[in-house]
Design a protein around this ligand. Structure first.
Ligand code: SAM
Length: 311
């Protein structure tokens, strides 16, 4: 994956829509299933596990009364986690209008102990300081959960994402997130037969269009995840490039781990282990059920990262 690095310019899809519109439309088309249907999902343990990873990450990096910027906040699935971290304010941004409306509704329904505002905004094409109400805020934490990889469509977008993260973060503040592990994905791709471009299991699939060229930006694949993502274009994040670019924006990598390895380490700590039970990742004896092998493999696609703003 380190080899054959080359840059890639912004393209239009055959239908004329930019890839970013395709991503926005994809997320706009996913309905908010509500709690009951989420509980019945085939990927309930995977969802709970991903939520546990985010809860631990948020808990470790968020100061009490913190002011938070959640880029790609989606339908506001992390609102309760921010509440538990006792923040004072959250700004949620997302390119998908339907998701932002869902997030606003969800915030209206929870017992809120913090302020929040939500905006529809393309954070990879425009400076977020354009949003009048937040232009003077410096954030304690910028969170990007399962989102930064969409910016790797082009170098310009990845740079704009980093510009938006860094220029709005306080010195000493944290930039935290979760991202597909490109090394693992490419290893899987390379292990396929000569004509095969797709792999996966009963709950996820990843499909490439080719495997001869390995561009640093715009290295597209199509992702499916049962009950969650339906053939959405995503882009590999070459992490050494991301780390180097981030350091040019004053962000220093503090922690990087695969979800599986983070789980092994964090579950040794009492409070994180207790949370595994509370969040339904591991069930008590009275409640049957366990995460399937296929869900565990899908969890292994991802990595967790923490950067600190050093200048
Ligand atoms: N962070 C949420 C979570 O953890 O559940 C949502 C994750 S979802 C996989 C990725 C989100 O990134 C989507 O809501 C999508 O609309 C958003 N996104 C993609 N490109 C974006 C952009 N250019 N600006 C803002 N949000 C974007």
């Amino acid at each position: 994956f380190d080899e054959n690095l080359s840059s890639n310019k912004s393209r239009k899809t055959s239908a004329g829509a930019t890839p970013q519109h395709v991503v926005a439309e994809h997320y706009n088309s996913i309905e908010d299933k509500g709690k009951q249907r989420r509980l019945e999902s085939k990927i309930i343990f995977l969802r709970n596990f991903n939520n546990w990873v985010k809860s631990v990450l948020i808990g470790i990096n968020t100061p009490e009364r913190g002011v938070i910027l959640d880029i790609g906040c989606g339908k506001g699935g992390d609102l309760l986690k921010w509440g538990k971290a006792k923040i004072s304010k959250l700004v949620g941004l997302d390119i998908a209008e339907v998701s932002i409306n869902d997030a606003k509704n969800r915030f209206g329904k929870i017992d809120q102990k913090f302020d929040a505002e939500f905006h529809v905004f393309d954070c990879f094409s425009k400076r977020i300081s354009m949003i009048e109400s937040i232009k003077n805020i410096k954030f304690d934490v910028v969170s990007m959960q399962f989102c930064i990889h969409y910016s790797f469509e082009t170098e310009e977008k990845a740079k704009m994402a980093l510009q938006n993260i860094s220029s709005n973060l306080k010195k000493g503040g944290s930039f935290i997130g979760t991202v597909p592990d490109a090394y693992w994905i490419v290893k899987k791709l390379k292990s396929l037969g000569p004509d095969q471009l797709e792999f996966g299991n009963s709950i996820y699939s990843i499909r490439f269009e080719q495997k001869n060229d390995f561009p640093t930006f715009g290295h597209k694949y199509w992702f499916n995840l049962e009950d969650a993502i339906n053939d959405c274009p995503e882009y590999l994040v070459h992490f050494p490039t991301f780390k180097r670019m981030a350091s040019e924006y004053g962000l220093e990598l503090k922690y990087l781990d695969r979800f599986h390895d983070m789980y092994d380490k964090m579950k040794e700590k009492r409070q994180h282990r207790d949370l595994l039970y509370k969040m339904g990742v591991i069930r008590h004896k009275k409640q049957p059920g366990v995460m399937s092998q296929d869900e565990w493999e899908a969890a292994g696609i991802y990595k967790v990262f923490e950067f600190t703003k050093v200048r």
